[in-house]
Design a protein around this ligand. Structure first.
Ligand code: PRE
Length: 363
């Protein structure tokens, strides 16, 4: 095919794309107007603008109907952003996250809420909980566990104390990158990162950058900021930091464990209804007696409710008691889950249901 023929063929397809884009724009604006109408209805009763269960259902319905060539991830990414834009026309949603900018927590915010939210970095996990409790923000996004490093104790402790409800979860694949101003290691004198990131990349660093000094800093976001200000510094950080600070990658995927993931909780002050594929998180404590833990878990077995997580933390009351953090499959309004929780309430010395929320498979 000669060049004029190729150009003519491209033009034909591009004309069709232009036409479809115009049609989609009309439809998207129709959708946005409907969301605005929903917003007006909600405003009458001060009902929450963000409904995680409804957004999960929208994605599930679309994916069930999808015949490709777009895959599930494409559909989710596109429609999360569409809902994010529509939602922002109802009211701007404010989300606190563990900062600074450029951390994986920020990435988790974009992944759950799309980009049309007001994301506000805070210095500590406790401050995120405080702002949520004081209703300074609508939601808070905090890390709760990492597949290689384990649970984030400060989040677990804060969950026991606070009135925050779990409204959602985000499973984020942690892809560390070695970032600097030029994308080359020439002239780099030190590599900065959070201690966990350095630990997670130990093998790669000893093989490919054994002679460069390493320095631990408060977060990968801080490391990326340092690299953006100093050409002799490289940082280990993720995609959000790379974009935020305009850095170039010397190498992507430098973590030793290819499946390294961090799970984040989306916390709010609102109850989340069932979406069809949900999880329930709770924290319970039992008397320090033989068989007590077995008795605590027995109702889940009896009701055939699957547990996806069981984690213990000292209760910090000086009596060698423990809090058990449990995640279940199903929503607390489902009969089997409700029955198991009723029984657990009788067996436990302490029980707090932290919330039911859509499971993260849509991320
Ligand atoms: O269905 C609603 O309640 C809406 O506000 C609409 C919409 C959407 O764009 O589809 C937007 C925000 C909510 O989180 C859920 C869905």
């Amino acid at each position: 095919m000669n060049t004029p023929d190729i150009n003519a063929e491209l033009l034909k397809f591009r004309d069709q794309i232009d036409e479809i884009d115009q049609q989609m724009l009309v439809l998207l604006n129709k959708r946005a107007s409907l969301a605005q109408s929903i917003g007006h209805v909600k405003a009458k009763t001060d009902a929450p603008v963000m409904r995680p269960e409804r957004e999960a259902q929208v994605l599930d319905k679309l994916n069930a109907a999808n015949s490709g060539p777009l895959n599930t991830q494409h559909v989710n990414t596109l429609f999360k952003e569409i809902m994010s834009a529509c939602r922002s026309l109802e009211r701007e949603v404010h989300v606190a996250f563990l900062g600074p900018l450029g951390t994986y927590s920020e990435q988790a915010v974009w992944s759950f809420f799309g980009h049309c939210v007001q994301a506000e970095p805070v210095d500590t996990i406790e401050e995120a909980f405080r702002q949520l409790q004081a209703q300074q923000v609508d939601f808070a996004v905090v890390p709760v566990e990492n597949s290689t490093e384990g649970s984030i104790a400060r989040t677990l402790d804060a969950l026991v104390e606070s009135s925050a409800l779990v409204c959602g979860e985000v499973q984020l694949a942690i892809h560390h990158q070695l970032l600097c101003q030029t994308g080359s290691l020439d002239g780099i004198e030190k590599i900065c990162a959070h201690p966990q990131a350095l630990a997670q990349c130990r093998g790669w660093l000893s093989q490919y950058a054994p002679h460069i000094q390493q320095e631990t800093v408060a977060s990968n976001g801080v490391a990326a900021q340092m690299a953006s200000e100093n050409a002799k510094v490289a940082a280990i950080a993720g995609q959000a930091a790379r974009e935020r600070y305009g850095l170039k990658a010397f190498q992507e995927h430098i973590q030793d464990d290819a499946h390294n993931t961090t799970r984040f909780l989306v916390l709010g002050n609102q109850i989340t209804g069932p979406s069809g594929q949900d999880k329930t998180s709770l924290v319970a404590s039992v008397p320090n007696q033989p068989g007590a833990v077995y008795k605590m878990l027995e109702p889940f077995n009896a009701e055939n409710v699957s547990m996806t997580r069981l984690e213990s933390r000292p209760a910090r009351n000086g009596r060698w008691e423990y809090y058990f953090f449990i995640d279940l499959q199903g929503h607390q309004t489902e009969p089997a889950v409700a029955k198991a929780l009723d029984q657990l309430r009788k067996n436990a010395s302490f029980l707090k249901v932290l919330g039911s929320y859509p499971a993260a498979q849509r991320n």
